[in-house]
Design a protein around this ligand. Structure first.
Ligand code: AMP
Length: 187
């Protein structure tokens, strides 16, 4: 099963991804984590991506598609996977379809996690205090939410037309949200 997880920053994708990955024994592909690792290691991708991330902007599609393409080279073809934070643009979604087609696979389920904007801001500010992420300052949070609405939200329609979209309420405790996600996958 190939699951794509979509939703604004702070909606709880990270927390729920970890649970889904261990529940279904999926490979976890998080482009945000891959980029943060590249920055930590000082690789050329990290050097190029850093400024975009620190300003809350999307890293260019070609860089992301190359990163994911490399990851897919070592992807066990029969295994399920959870795409977390990728794709974030329609161009990336089309590239993902192409990468999966080469493996004889396709996106099976797209989960859109939905939550109230005030709740999202509160969660992001809490995360900034706990994790110290450089892109969780109030200004960057505003930029990331605007960019989500402009560049990533159109993906929802793209996947709705494919018939694979499931919208899930992301408000409530992590357990409640996880149970809703499981139900949406079963339906
Ligand atoms: P995340 O951990 O998914 O919230 O990603 C953190 C930051 O990494 C984002 O704000 C973007 O700057 C960058 N990023 C992660 N994934 C992508 C992607 N698929 N396309 C473009 N930029 C991305």
């Amino acid at each position: 099963m190939i699951i794509v997880f979509v939703g604004p920053p702070g909606v709880g994708k990270g927390t729920q991804s970890k649970r889904l990955v261990s529940h279904f024994h999926l490979v976890h592909i998080s482009t945000g984590e891959m980029l943060r690792r590249a920055i930590g290691e000082g690789t050329p991708v990290g050097v190029e991506a850093r400024d975009y991330i620190d300003h809350g902007r999307l890293v260019p599609d070609d860089l992301i598609v190359e990163l994911v393409g490399k990851r897919f080279e070592t992807f066990p073809s029969a295994q399920g996977c959870l795409m977390d934070g990728f794709p974030r643009t329609i161009t990336q979604a089309r590239s993902l379809d192409g990468l999966l087609e080469k493996l004889g696979r396709r996106v099976d389920v797209v989960i859109e996690l939905v939550a109230d904007r005030e709740e999202i801001r509160r969660r992001l500010l809490d995360r900034a205090r706990i994790e110290g992420r450089t892109d969780d300052s109030p200004e960057t949070i505003t930029a990331r939410l605007e960019i989500y609405d402009r560049q990533t939200a159109p993906l929802i329609d793209f996947y709705r037309k494919c018939g694979s979209l499931r919208q899930v309420n992301g408000m409530g405790t992590p357990d409640e949200v996880f149970n809703r996600i499981l139900e949406s996958i079963r339906s």
